[in-house]
Ligand binder design. Structure first.
Ligand SMILES: [Mn+2]
Length: 242
């Protein structure tokens, strides 16, 4: 029997919304410990502004999201709930920023803000870097023929698992717009879609939370996909249902 999965789209430091999703995950897994929880990456960057110990930060949300992720990870381990954290292009950028101050130019200001929020209490930085290092480029279920990835895959590769890491992190329309029939149902984030793309061989779940205030959560039960969306007030709507 197929297992149920809950997969969180690109969080991008939206702590106000993510807290509701974390609570939802805790309540679902308290009832059913067999649910697997997945994250498709882009946890930080462009996060919420706010106060931290009396000081204002342009992005404190990214820090708070990491803290919540670490709490969740501890909870999964304690309760023996399976999970996976994938790497997004923003994780690679953030790690590069801490490593040598260099990164994709257009994100520099956002990364500076994220780094400042993390350095508000710098002991979290090595923990974040360790977390990023442990993230996977993809997660695959060969039995159910499911592939989870941040950006996408190279449609020209016979075995799409041989795609270059740049594809896993960055792929856009040449991947999801391809006429090829993929051998897996590829679940991906990275590209904001007002209407989620749900096809037999691909599901795009990033709704662009940092722009519109709604963060998507895919519930996948066998081949049945349902996309829920949460806002900071804790409202939950169904964006897609099969
Ligand atoms: Mn991305």
């Amino acid at each position: 029997m197929a297992r149920r999965r809950l997969v969180v789209a690109d969080i991008h430091g939206q702590i106000g919304i993510f807290r509701h999703i974390a609570d939802y995950i805790r309540s679902c897994t308290a009832r059913d410990k067999k649910i697997e929880i997945g994250f498709v990456g882009d946890y930080a960057d462009r996060g919420e502004p706010g106060e931290w110990q009396g000081r204002h930060y342009a992005d404190i949300g990214s820090r708070l999201v990491y803290e919540e992720l670490f709490r969740l990870k501890g909870y999964f381990e304690e309760k023996k709930i399976s999970y996976f954290f994938l790497r997004g292009n923003h994780e690679r950028d953030l790690a590069g920023w801490f490593d040598n101050g260099r990164t994709t130019a257009k994100y520099t200001k956002d990364l500076e803000n994220t780094a400042q929020g993390l350095r508000a209490e710098p002991s979290i930085v090595p923990e974040v870097l360790k977390f990023i290092e442990a993230t996977a480029l993809y997660h695959v279920d060969e039995k159910e023929k499911l592939l989870f990835v941040h950006g996408g895959v190279d449609p020209k590769k016979e075995n799409i698992l041989d795609s270059d890491p740049t594809y896993f992190l960055w792929a856009r329309d040449h991947f999801y717009g391809s006429t090829r029939r993929y051998p897996y149902r590829v679940i991906f984030g990275h590209t904001k879609m007002t209407v989620p793309m749900v096809k037999e061989d691909r599901i795009g779940i990033d709704g662009g939370a940092y722009e519109n205030g709604w963060l998507n959560l895919l519930s996948l039960d066998g081949s049945r996909a349902e996309i829920l969306s949460f806002n900071a007030e804790g409202d939950m709507i169904t964006r897609y249902k099969e």
